[in-house]
Unconditional design. Sequence first.
Length: 394
Amino acid sequence: MKILISEIKAGVKETKLRRKDGDISELKKSIQECGLINPITINQNHELLAGRRRFQAIKELGWKETDVRVINSENELFDFKISLEENIKRKDLTDVELATAIKEYDKLKRKIYGSAKSGERTDLTLPQCSKVWTQQRTAEDLGISQQAVTKAIQIANAIEEYPELAKYKGTEVIKRHKLKKTKEKLSKIEILEDSNVKIFNEDFRNSKIEPESIDLILTDPPYGKEYLSLYENLSRFASTVLKPTGLLICYSGQIHLVEILNLLSGYLKYWWCGFIHLKGHHQSIMNRNIWCATRPILFFVRNDFIPDKWFLDYAVSEKQDKELNEWQQNPEPAKYYIERLTNKDDVILDPFLGTGTFGTVTKELGRKFIGYEKNKDNFEIAKRRIYGAAGKNF
């Protein structure tokens, strides 16, 4: 049916779905050329339920009337559900707008039906459990997965706390929210100076380490092709600063493994190759159809090397910690190799310090530590984690 544009009113809930209409110039051009392919949706009171951007576009184009789809409204919550469902199907909202709307819908339903108490089982066939509202019921109501509802609510909560995160999309909002919370915790940690720890906000290639003073270099350089030259730099650096009996343990990716082995062999001797088993979520290597569940560990030496203790060339990373940055590693494998291959008061160096995981483990085990990190933000996090009294808890 057709209706006069002047008779259509902005629906309360449809308005709440959006922060602003954004640029609708392309939409206006499309409507001019092809007409309004998908009519806007209103209720019996002529209140807009779905199609706010289309409605704005035809108003700006000077239309006097338009085709509409009318849905008989039961109540304000019903209007909101219809508006939300329409936008989910048409993917007509930004990630942030959609997340905010799903959270509000879940919140409104909980006001009506009540929520389960913290820790209460809602999968039991008890009368009281069937009455309360849950994220699963929101998912069923909107025709999406419970995982999507949980993610949406996390995004909405993150943006409520830090509005500046609204410029990011999807899980990036959640990741950055976690990082902000962690940084806030770290900022409250007291810096305790330690003569056994020296970390520098600079490139390791500019360092002035005393020759033959390091027992172990334990490091995790970036793996991309654009970083390959760093492995030759690392090999040259290690050949100078490692003691004659010293050892380099270098984490590596698989795609450029051959090149990395050749570059590290420029100034050092290949000694062994081990692996870390990465439990949990695995990286998808899309161009090879591989789920990557391992991380190579390369062992290089200056001279012949026989460790005092036997050790496994295989370690397990129970959980991949990426809260502080995308390259952050689980500390347990590093802890194992430091314990087996070094002694108390040995000097361990990490030229790619990142957020300081290897430094915190080294300090915890009573070894001396030297680290280098170019990135200022990562360095500040590492400093508080390593020097901080509670550093190992992060």
